[in-house]
Design a protein around this ligand. Structure first.
Ligand code: GLP
Length: 242
């Protein structure tokens, strides 16, 4: 550590810890030494260590477990934003096993915003499907999909195995839906208590809220989804070209 550097000590320590993780000297699940031990090793103040660790916890690089210590977090899932893919495809491509807990399935009157996105008149019926999405049995995202009821009138009675089947696969197979493009927005917000509980994170923890309106080949919107991703598990990647 360079005490005469203009780079703050806590920042230098953050960089050192990140480098140790990148080079495999410490790996996912490893426990870090205590704040006191790190302070002694780096010959810096314990508060500076605390500041560095807190910043890394915030970034999702480290996880703090009450009473147990600070651990190296699993690497974030990198997700492209330019390909229209399904959760199932995304997880399988990474070698992870996707699964779903269906939280609710109902038909409701579309609120203004949803109706607008799906070209319906407000109050027209929409299928509302709320799902918790998991990868290797770990909660990753919460999704609420809305679909026009009149396009899929037997969706609720068909007894689809929604816990095991991809929605996109199902729409393709049973309704001949080929999605061609989607309009998406992405914003950050903190988790409400129910969302946090389902996703296994602390209430108020950061989420990436992604909304998608998915259109078929005739450019008709057939799905509007709000996906809440754990910010500690996801990093979105976009290629920008000149
Ligand atoms: C992603 C998208 C959602 C979409 C879902 C479909 O998670 N963000 O908008 O509804 O994929 O996934 P699946 O076909 O696996 O149910």
């Amino acid at each position: 550590m360079q005490t005469d550097s203009p780079v703050p000590l806590y920042f230098q320590l953050q960089a050192i810890i990140k480098r140790l993780i990148e080079t495999g000297h410490v790996s996912c699940g490893d426990r870090l030494p205590s704040e006191r031990q790190i302070a002694e090793w780096a010959m810096i103040n314990r508060l500076t260590v605390r500041q560095a660790l807190a910043a890394l916890v915030n970034e999702g690089v480290l996880i703090r477990r009450r009473g147990l210590g600070t651990f190296v977090a699993p690497p974030k899932l990198e997700q492209g934003l330019t390909k229209l893919t399904s959760f199932t495809e995304d997880m399988l491509r990474r070698g992870l096993s996707p699964s779903t807990v269906v939280l609710s399935l109902s038909v409701q009157a579309a609120e203004q915003r949803i109706a607008q996105a799906l070209w319906l008149t407000p109050g027209e019926e929409v299928i509302v499907l709320e799902r918790l999405r998991l990868a290797d049995d770990k909660p990753m995202a919460l999704e609420v999909s809305h679909m026009p009821y009149r396009r899929f009138p037997d969706f609720l009675t068909a007894e689809f195995d929604l816990a095991r089947t991809s929605l996109y696969e199902l729409l393709r197979r049973h309704y001949n839906v080929e999605f061609a493009r989607a309009i998406e927005t992405l914003e950050a917000r903190s988790a409400l208590s129910r969302e946090a509980e389902l996703l296994g994170i602390a209430s108020g923890a950061p989420l990436l809220a992604r909304e998608r309106t998915t259109l078929d080949r005739a450019d008709v919107p057939l799905e509007h989804v709000r996906s809440l991703y754990r910010a500690d598990r996801y990093r979105f990647v976009i290629e920008v070209v000149k």
